[in-house]
Unconditional design. Structure first.
Length: 351
């Protein structure tokens, strides 16, 4: 039996009624359901593919982010080889120091006598921190020990005391981007007063491990009392780790600074300091001396650190009572503390 259903299609127009058979209605209902299911499937498929597209792109972007992050971290974080190279300079060494003038400003320049000397040197590690390594050099002269120079290596250091001339070091602050990934070598004199410092990146390539930098410094002690024709040594330092120990190579410019003409080039100098590793037992004398004297020099370093922390230009007298600063500090009782040490430093300070 056919069943019918009344359906008012548009009651606002002529009030027409349509009669649709229920069979036809059921068919239409099924058709609509199929259409709805189809649309739902299409909708779900659309969202599924859209999700896959987003995920894949997010995945690619995430991988790209991770790669970039790791690259920048690898490029600018500490290289373990840097620390290994610096620390490998510690130990007992037979050292030869050679310096010679190579070229003068003109043909009238007469080269000074070449300097050759030898010694036995103990290099001990005073500090092994995440961003700082401190190496102290002790020179053995027969049965005597001479506290020699000190080198601090600081990772991404931004605070510098730049040598200008005439016992003057100007404080300078560098941006983080300028020293990214670099190590600063701060070199101190025998009394732990400043000498020179520079920043550069350690290079590890083709089996070589070296660090190079150019910076200004005072006259070396071998010429401090014998040369008056220049007052600044522009050091081109290269520290290279070798199979026998390490090499400190220098190509230096001797400069007269302070005239109206600016810097006047006087001569060039070649330096060749070879550190040949020997058994640590050969430096036992220096090791024992340091055990007895290290507390005093720790106090001296602490006092100087307080001075450097002020981040101000430093200028010192060359001598008081005809004695340079190091002789005054060396003469202090080994029980001296910061108050006694700072008195000597303040006495030498000048404006």
């Amino acid at each position: 039996m056919q069943r019918n259903i009344l359906f008012r299609f548009n009651p606002n127009k002529n009030n027409k009624l349509f009669v649709i058979s229920l069979n036809k209605y059921n068919f239409a209902q099924k058709l609509v359901r199929k259409l709805i299911l189809s649309l739902q499937k299409q909708f779900l498929l659309f969202h599924f593919y859209y999700f896959i597209f987003i995920f894949k792109n997010m995945h690619k972007n995430f991988l790209l982010f991770v790669i970039c992050f790791l690259f920048t971290q690898n490029a600018f974080s500490q290289n373990p080889q840097d620390r290994e190279a610096i620390k490998s300079m510690c130990g007992c060494y037979e050292v030869s120091f050679k310096f010679a003038d190579t070229f003068g400003a003109d043909t009238t320049y007469k080269p000074h006598h070449a300097h050759h000397s030898k010694g036995l040197e103990w290099v001990t590690l005073l500090a092994d921190e995440k961003k700082k390594l401190v190496l102290q050099h002790l020179l053995i002269a027969d049965t005597s020990i001479i506290k020699h120079w000190r080198q601090d290596w600081i990772f991404e250091n931004q605070d510098f005391f730049v040598f200008e001339k005439d016992n003057t070091w100007k404080y300078a602050k560098r941006s983080a981007s300028e020293v990214k990934g670099q190590w600063t070598q701060k070199v101190y004199q025998v009394d732990d007063s400043p000498r020179y410092e520079g920043s550069a990146t350690w290079v590890h390539v083709d089996g070589k491990h070296f660090w190079e930098n150019v910076t200004d410094s005072p006259l070396p002690r071998r010429e401090f009392t014998t040369r008056t024709d220049y007052n600044v040594l522009k050091r081109k330092n290269r520290h290279e780790i070798t199979t026998y120990g390490w090499l400190h190579e220098q190509d230096n410019d001797k400069i007269l600074r302070g005239s109206e003409k600016g810097d006047i080039f006087v001569a060039q100098e070649k330096g060749w300091n070879v550190y040949k590793r020997v058994a640590d037992e050969k430096c036992a004398l220096a090791q024992n001396w340091w055990k007895k004297n290290s507390p005093f020099w720790a106090e001296v370093r602490k006092t100087w650190d307080n001075v450097f922390a002020q981040k101000q230009t430093l200028k010192f007298e060359k001598a008081i009572d005809k004695k340079p600063m190091f002789m005054h500090i060396f003469a202090l009782p080994k029980e001296s503390k910061t108050p006694e040490i700072i008195k000597v430093i303040e006495k030498f300070k000048t404006k």
